[in-house]
Design a binder for this molecule. Structure first.
Ligand SMILES: *Cc1c(COP(=O)(O)O)cnc(C)c1O
Length: 233
């Protein structure tokens, strides 16, 4: 009786169904399990059910879990925005960083990536819905940043990531994801090799897969609803 195991199976079935509906190659979409706010025990439970890639967005919280689960070959992804004074622990502990939106942060991650590890896999985050509150580069700045990041020796640019404004309308969800896919295609056409479109979460993964996502980041549908964040002060 494991709720996490059942939820994980259900999410994998949703992905498979969407991949089939889109006429895409089976296995062409990876699942990243977003374990932010959940304890190391929950990560271990999902790992035992076959999930090996996990996403976190708070560096200190992640460091505790990574230390507690050091005996498991987990692939850790940092999916939150990165402040330039927090790059070192991310460069040292993570396999991927999904939310690169400034050259300065990318440069520091590259400088600080230990030689003993392979390159840090990175995505450029794009603010596709244009909301002032959202992080990410503007779409018309993405090619320039992608070119600069691609030159950094200890990073490997893999693709683009976005978190569109939430919508419960499937057509609207698809339109937002299509913007990122169009940008992805144009950056590839400009000669920057990319293979990852990091888009789609618990409530919109079908729309993302229809529009070409290669990696969905799913938290709630696997681990349950996150407790409300404490309000500061
Ligand atoms: C929390 C988070 C997710 C997961 O969202 P759910 O709706 O819980 O699936 C995905 N991506 C990012 C960047 C997140 O911060």
């Amino acid at each position: 009786m494991s709720l996490i195991r059942d939820n994980l199976q259900a999410v994998l079935q949703r992905i498979d169904a969407a991949v089939a509906a889109a006429g895409r190659e089976p296995g062409s979409v990876r699942l990243l399990a977003v374990s932010k706010t959940w304890p190391a025990e929950s990560v271990a439970e999902a790992y035992a059910a076959g999930q090996s890639a996990f996403g976190e967005n708070q560096e200190q919280e992640a460091a505790r879990k990574i230390a507690a689960l050091g005996h498991l070959p987990i692939e850790w992804h940092f999916i939150g925005p990165i402040q330039s004074n927090k790059t070192r622990p991310i460069a040292e502990r993570f396999a991927w960083a999904h939310a690169i939106d400034r050259e300065k942060v990318a440069r520091r991650l590259s400088d600080q990536r230990p030689e003993s590890l392979g390159p840090l896999m990175v995505c450029v985050q794009v603010n596709i819905s244009g909301e002032a509150s959202k992080s990410g580069v503007a779409p018309d700045e993405a090619l320039d940043l992608a070119r600069r990041v691609a030159e950094l020796p200890r990073l490997r640019l893999r693709g683009l990531m976005a978190v569109p404004a939430p919508s419960d309308d499937f057509t609207e969800q698809r339109m937002q994801f299509r913007k990122l896919k169009t940008l992805y295609d144009s950056i590839r056409s400009a000669g920057v090799p990319l293979d990852t479109l990091s888009m789609g979460m618990s409530d919109d993964l079908e729309a993302a897969v229809m529009e070409g996502s290669t990696l969905v980041r799913v938290g709630t549908a696997i681990f349950g609803r996150r407790p409300a964040q404490p309000t500061p002060g």
